[in-house]
Design a protein around this ligand. Structure first.
Ligand code: PMT
Length: 397
């Protein structure tokens, strides 16, 4: 691949030389672009010698007159390593005050970011917000490692090792846009089922898993419709967001948008029960006890299973025990092509957590375990398996 390697002004800049060497060794073409601060840590000559190309840095040097546009058009992947707090802030906010940030705004391909900074800076709300903005744009983050930092502190913030970044580049080279042309309909988050005008029942779904699926699908070229219960997340860029509250509303929106969908992913935690007749007034605390008669909500997944057509239907199963058996049961009973089983009930994975670990069961009899990882990486693996399943089902026809 043709890669722009953006180097920010952090002590980890010295590792970008090793990264450049690895990428060249793997046959990529590397165009290094350095910020002024980066040149305080690493001489451009080092990267020029390793990549065999002049290093681009000064936006106003006459020989670089339109190079930022040409560099943006010629290259297929942009890697920023180290991505310092300053660089992340300028990229997140669309500043273009040097060659690298100007090139970034003109670049339309996938972007890989390797943050590197002091542990407290990484946790600062401004940096957290900038990273969230960049993730919502579909950029991939090669998470910083935990360890000894140049400032003498220990904790998260060390730039990922060059080998790890090079591996992420390899995945990106493989992935490209393999969901181009797909229309992916995704449900995410909880539903809220009213008990009276001021109360409702809900669950602990944060929407993170479903939103990670939407981010991943959009980054791989799919047209994405995200039907979401109430969550505190902002939708990935380029994704059509439809907000709902109740299971009934979610069902209506899913059925309204089902037509063009080629892949349906039901990651939402839809309430199983609701109050059929919601009283018009707030229930008073008169009686010592309150008992409620709840009725089942419409099972949207089962209904989709009955009208699947040739689209792929992927359900989720939130279990506290018998994960694989329950996932297989739901696969069969709801006529899914795949069910993503995940254990819920612990704080580390499942509801609300940033991580997840899942077991995928498919209609072709496969059982695939995806080990604990950030939900975006789990989403990546799920879509890899969805595409393999699609090929297996076509081959079986
Ligand atoms: O949102 P997060 O905080 O990231 O948490 C992620 C998650 C744990 C919510 C997610 O990974 C997950 O497991 N989602 C499914 C939760 C759920 O409702 O599982 P279930 O086993 O109760 O339902 C099985 C399937 O039927 C699900 O695909 C669900 O969307 C669907 N369903 C359930 C009830 C209903 N009335 N209609 C449905 O379509």
């Amino acid at each position: 691949m043709k890669i722009v390697l953006g180097v920010g002004g952090g002590i980890a800049a010295y590792k970008s030389a090793e990264l450049a060497r690895l990428l060249m060794q793997e046959g990529h073409q590397v165009q290094a672009v350095m910020t002024a601060a980066a040149q305080e840590f690493l001489r451009p000559m080092t990267l020029a010698a390793l990549t065999g190309r002049r290093v681009l840095a000064d936006l106003f040097a006459i020989e670089n007159a339109i190079d930022h546009i040409r560099a943006a058009q010629e290259n297929e992947l942009m890697v920023v390593a180290p991505a310092t707090a300053d660089l992340l802030g300028r990229m997140a906010n669309g500043l273009a005050d040097d060659f690298l940030t100007t090139l970034y705004l003109a670049f339309t391909g996938p972007v890989l970011l390797a943050p590197s900074m002091n542990v407290n800076m990484l946790a600062h709300p401004a940096v957290v917000a900038n990273l969230e903005t960049l993730k919502r744009r579909g950029h991939r983050i090669v998470e910083p490692g935990v360890g000894y930092l140049a400032c003498g502190m220990t904790g998260p913030g060390r730039m990922a090792e060059p080998e790890e970044i090079a591996a992420a580049v390899g995945r990106e080279a493989h992935r490209r846009r393999d969901l181009e042309g797909e229309v992916v309909l995704i449900t995410a988050g909880p539903t809220q089922e009213p008990l009276d005008p001021v109360r409702y029942i809900t669950n602990r779904s944060s929407g993170k898993m479903g939103y990670a699926m939407a981010e991943e699908a959009a980054a791989r070229g799919a047209a994405v419709v995200l039907i979401s219960g109430p969550v505190a997340l902002r939708p990935p860029f380029g994704v059509e967001l439809v907000t709902v509250h109740t299971a009934a509303e979610m069902r209506r929106e899913v059925l309204d948008r089902l037509g063009p969908a080629t892949i349906v992913i039901k990651a939402a935690a839809v309430a199983d029960f609701h109050l059929s007749r919601v009283p018009p007034q707030k229930m008073k605390k008169t009686a010592a006890r309150l008992s409620l008669e709840l009725d089942p909500t419409p099972d949207i997944l089962a209904e989709l299973g009955g009208r699947k057509g040739d689209r792929l239907l992927i359900g989720f199963a939130a279990e506290t025990e018998n994960l694989v058996e329950e996932a297989r049961r739901k696969l069969r009973v709801k006529n899914c092509d795949m069910v993503v089983g995940n254990l819920v009930g612990s704080a580390e994975v499942g509801f609300e957590a940033d991580l997840n670990e899942v077991v995928l069961v498919t209609s072709t009899g496969e059982t695939v375990t995806v080990p604990r990882a950030p939900k975006r990486e789990v989403a990546e693996r799920i879509f890899d398996e969805v595409l393999k399943l699609r090929l297996a089902l076509h081959a079986a026809q």
